[in-house]
Design a binder for this molecule. Structure first.
Ligand code: 8YV
Length: 318
């Protein structure tokens, strides 16, 4: 008999991935049942694999409801949505989909850098609303080439962002928990130091408790009235209320945000400001990258079913 898999998220998988998954597993989709909770309850003993996502909460309570759960396969690189420590404590393997999204997420970081510095969205609104006239020229924006770029979290995505900076002749520094010996860029020992130095600060660090509100009022003030903050990491990394206030009071220049503290909620204060560029958590959401992410998700689940081991194992957190 095929092993049973609980698909937690209800966004559709690409056809090919879906077919591969159906061949290998009996799939439980609780949202298709009249009573989602009862559907999980009915199959709780047979479920061995959980299909989750970087945006789907997988708390300890759900893990504990499934006594024979052996693997949690998640789509997305971040796994702060999953209680990984709890899962690993019970010997459950957790997998993610790293690397395949590096380029698209880095591209989005650059879209937000260029978009905020060059006022792309306000300029678009100016043209659309027929305000363009010789008497009412659009205000000047800010140069990107040659500026100082600070990257918080020089992991795989951070590095892809850094590599793109070469074309913009930028000076680059980064802050991590530890300096990396394998990159040419200068290490900043503290986030405050990096924010004081940088013109543009890009967040590419992990989410979760360890990085919660890392970017707070002092960091925003260090970045300053001409500074630009770009976040393609997790909303939790930024104190969003402090960010909105800094932007409103002109203590921060601009912000480009793909992620928020309580998605899909975005504070009205951020929506009302022209120096904020907003995206609905879509950095990895291209046809090509989502296809690759879902394929890797399915590869992990099938590898587990066939060999007892996922491919992209999240290393033990403790
Ligand atoms: C989401 C993300 O995974 O990879 C991550 O960590 O946040 C995104 O790529 C994507 O929306 C699928 O869940």
């Amino acid at each position: 008999p095929k092993p049973t898999l609980l698909q937690q998220f209800n966004f559709p998988l690409p056809e090919q991935g879906q077919a591969r998954l159906e061949q290998a597993f009996t799939i439980i989709r609780p949202w298709e049942a009249a009573d989602a909770d009862a559907a999980i309850q009915q199959h709780r003993d047979s479920i061995t694999v959980l299909l989750s996502s970087a945006l789907t909460s997988t708390p300890a309570e759900l893990i504990d409801r499934l006594p024979n759960l052996r693997a949690i396969c998640s789509v997305g690189v971040g796994y702060d949505s999953i209680d990984v420590l709890h899962a690993q404590g019970k010997g459950i393997q957790v997998s993610n989909t790293p690397d395949v999204l590096n380029d698209c997420v880095a591209d989005m970081a650059w879209a937000l850098i260029l978009g905020t510095a060059r006022n792309i969205a306000p300029a678009d609104r100016y043209v659309r609303s027929s305000q363009w006239s010789m008497q009412n020229m659009f205000p000047l924006s800010n140069k990107v080439t040659g500026k100082k770029l600070g990257i918080v979290g020089l992991g795989r995505v951070g590095q892809a962002i850094a590599e793109r900076a070469a074309g913009f002749k930028m000076q680059l520094r980064y802050h991590n928990r530890k300096a990396r010996g394998d990159v040419p860029w200068e290490y900043a020992g503290s986030l405050l130091e990096l924010a004081s130095w940088a013109d543009i600060l890009v967040l590419a660090t992990v989410g979760g408790a360890a990085t919660r509100h890392l970017v707070d009022r002092p960091v925003l003030d260090a970045l300053g009235p001409q500074g630009i903050l770009v976040n393609i990491a997790r909303g939790s990394v930024v104190d969003e209320a402090a960010l909105a206030l800094a932007l409103q009071e002109g203590r921060l220049g601009a912000a480009g945000l793909d992620v928020f503290e309580a998605e899909p909620h975005v504070p009205d204060a951020l929506k009302s400001l022209d120096n904020v560029l907003l995206q609905p958590h879509v950095a990895s959401a291209t046809v090509e990258t989502r296809r690759d992410m879902f394929n890797l998700l399915v590869d992990n689940a099938i590898a587990f079913a066939q060999t007892g081991k996922v491919i992209n194992l999240v290393p033990p957190l403790r």
